[in-house]
Design a binder for this molecule. Structure first.
Ligand code: NFS
Length: 666
């Protein structure tokens, strides 16, 4: 390796377990994404979106005096086109995940995938309603089959618009229709956007960006929402469970299997296989005390939310998990899987197993998943992992893990706030209206090896809850907070501002809610849509004092999410860099002021944590003022004890505070 300035483990990661393993990587001279990020200087031209390689006359690098490509494409066109391509890939990834789940549901309904069952029939009936499938008196399997076919139909819908568009507030639907960006079909919007970016097509940046919004909407209110719904039907709608997070969940005395990627389809079967008494006996025959499963990335979030399977870590911890020397197998499906896992696994006894027909990695074992033999394949994989256990050598598992309570589906949030008979978001709206909760931040997205791992997530979340902002999370951002210990109801007492603390205490929820994987950002859309229609906070998502952000984003999926949130009316901040469109002031302006005028939401790229927090709070306060709500004033809250008795005794205010809270209350 050439001698470049390498970050120390503490500079590279805020997470102590990750830092300890980075130390080990340096000592063992094993490369990781962290060291490669130090080594590779990113291309400044590409980073700003100024490199066009859409045809063989280029690549055209639009820097210095060059302000047009060989074909004459301008900087704004090239920058917008690059952004559009990224959105199309991100939307395609989420949506294709949704499609595969629909096929699994079809297989389950028709009996070709006998290991899958309908675990949440209520959700099935609800989704049937959205998709126009008749339910009265029909057997569940028949309904499930028609739901699967209707869902698959949405990908290639021939006419009209996506059925789920109707789940948005009416005002929002009107905005989309007026602008001509209401998504027509999932696949069509992706293909349309890619088509436009071919040389010699759409060469008006604003027009390109309109289609980027339409394509992203087909992800958020289409592919992702279907992925979430069908996962709930097949594997259960999440409700709170107890679990733990960080590399310390790996077990010295057990066979450790890591499930990594995004889809719950195979991982749910591995969860079942790992509980098979025969396989547990087999593990014991090899000297292990049992079989331990842990997850990384969004597969982790899927199995955590429903089964309480612990989180080994987020995106940047995938190589580090293997570096513990205690992982017998890492089983991956799709998305966010480093090719760098192969050389790391080669240094240990770990078998890296790819399973998706779409993902092979040179040097990994490929065991193709087939839903008709799901459990059988899962058992084969678990058996292979057990076979590796005797080959385990020196291990290093940091004793670091945090408890958490995940499982906040939008259905559960309704229930938590209102109970079985009065489940609704009314109490949340009321808390915002009163000012106990200043607003809501959705903190989502990835890690990025170019910035200190988890630091921005930690910083912004800490600041928001301190400032009485309820934080909802998904993806690797959620895992960062889980590891930080922010996802237990007790955290509210220690860290939350006085108003937020009162609400969390009353309801018994953490101040930072885990809503699931990245496709489950659709749950956030659903919550926002319900808040808008509940009343008191305007009548559209754009009216709500809420902000979305991905402070450590890196993936094209994050760009699609950001874009559909903006198109749904939200203010979204992407952090950590000046962003992929920074090469064009025109495009930056189109996405901020321009999009705000069109759809009420805006997209900004902000590097520093302090500025992210400042802008988010300013936005929340502005939305509060626009709604005519009371100005945020934390001094009004935090005294929710029983006031009546001191009042009846006629004590003056000072003494009443003391009576309820003791001297500290003063
Ligand atoms: Ni989202 Fe989940 Fe993580 Fe980023 Fe990758 S795992 S889909 S893309 S890195 S949050």
């Amino acid at each position: 390796m050439a001698k470049k300035k390498m970050r120390t483990p503490e500079e590279a990661s805020r997470d102590q377990a990750a830092a300890a393993l980075l130390e080990r990587a340096y000592r063992l001279e094993i490369e990781t994404s962290f060291s490669r990020a130090d080594e590779i200087v990113p291309c400044p031209i590409g980073a700003e979106g100024l490199c066009c390689k859409n045809c063989a006359m280029g690549p055209c690098r639009l820097v210095g005096k060059t302000d047009r490509g060989v074909c004459g494409a301008t900087i704004a066109t090239v920058v917008a086109r690059n952004f559009c391509r990224a959105v199309a890939v991100g939307a395609a990834s989420h949506s294709d995940h949704g499609r595969d789940l629909a096929y699994t549901l079809l297989g389950a309904a028709e009996g070709h995938a006998p290991d899958y069952k309908i675990r949440d029939p209520f959700k099935l009936l609800e989704v049937a309603g959205y998709l126009g499938v008749k339910t009265d008196g029909r057997p569940l399997e028949e309904v499930a089959r028609d739901v699967a076919l209707a869902a698959l139909g949405e990908f290639g819908r021939v006419q009209g618009e996506l059925l789920y568009v109707k789940r948005a507030p009416p005002k929002r639907q009107e905005i989309w229709r007026k602008l001509g960006i209401s998504p027509r079909s999932i696949d069509r919007e992706v293909v349309d956007l890619l088509h436009r970016t071919h040389i010699g097509n759409d060469q008006d940046a604003e027009h390109l960006l309109d289609q980027a919004m339409r394509c992203a909407l087909s992800d958020g209110w289409g592919g992702s929402m279907l992925a979430t719904d069908i996962s709930d039907i097949l594997f259960g709608t999440p409700a709170p469970v107890r679990s733990e997070a960080n590399l310390g969940v790996l077990r010295e005395d057990q066979v450790n299997i890591i499930i990594h990627g995004h889809e719950p389809t195979l991982s749910e079967m591995i969860v079942a296989a790992a509980q098979d008494p025969e396989l547990i006996e087999y593990a014991k025959s090899k000297g292990a005390a049992g079989i331990n499963l842990a997850g990384i990335c969004c597969t982790a979030n899927e199995t955590l939310m429903r089964e309480g399977i612990p989180l080994a870590g987020n995106f940047l911890q995938q190589e580090l998990a293997i570096l513990t020397g205690a992982v017998e197998a890492m089983v991956v499906d799709v998305q966010c899987i480093f090719q760098g896992l192969v050389p790391v696994a080669d240094q240990f006894h770990t078998e890296l197993i790819t399973t998706s027909p779409k993902v092979k990695i040179t040097g990994a074992t490929h065991i193709q998943f087939d839903e008709s033999r799901a459990l059988e394949i899962a058992k084969e994989i678990v058996r292979r992992a057990i076979d590796r256990f005797p080959d385990r050598k020196e291990t290093f598992i940091p004793e670091i893990r945090s408890p958490l309570v995940p499982g906040f589906s939008h259905e559960y949030i309704d229930y938590a706030l209102g109970g079985l008979y009065r489940g609704s978001l009314r109490p949340l709206n009321d808390a915002i209206i009163a000012g106990r909760i200043r607003g809501v931040v959705a903190n989502i997205g990835c890690n990025n090896a170019r910035i200190c791992h988890d630091e921005l997530h930690r910083y912004v979340v800490t600041e928001f809850i301190k400032n009485d902002v309820l934080v909802v999370e998904t993806g690797c951002g959620a895992i960062a907070s889980a590891k930080q210990g922010y996802m237990t109801p007790e955290t509210a007492l220690e860290l939350a501002g006085p108003g937020l603390r009162e609400v969390c205490e009353a309801v018994g929820i953490p101040p930072v809610l885990h809503l699931g994987s990245c496709v489950d950002n659709s749950r956030i859309l659903t919550v926002l849509a319900q808040m808008a229609t509940e009343g008191g906070l305007g009548e559209d998502i754009a009216d709500i004092p809420a902000v979305g952000m991905a402070p450590e984003w890196m993936s094209e999926k994050a760009l699609s999410i950001a874009t559909y949130c903006v198109a749904s009316g939200a203010y979204v901040i992407l952090g950590g860099s000046s962003g992929p469109v920074s090469g064009s002031e025109t495009v930056l302006q189109m996405m901020s002021e321009g999009w705000e005028k069109k759809v009420g939401g805006r997209l900004e790229f902000v590097e520093e944590g302090e500025e992210i927090v400042r802008r988010a709070l300013a936005h929340i306060d502005k939305k509060r003022a626009d709604l005519g709500l009371a100005e945020y004033d934390p001094s009004k809250w935090g005294m929710s004890g029983d006031w009546r008795i001191p009042e009846i005794l006629g004590l003056p205010l000072e003494e009443r505070i003391e009576a309820v809270y003791g001297k500290a209350g003063k």
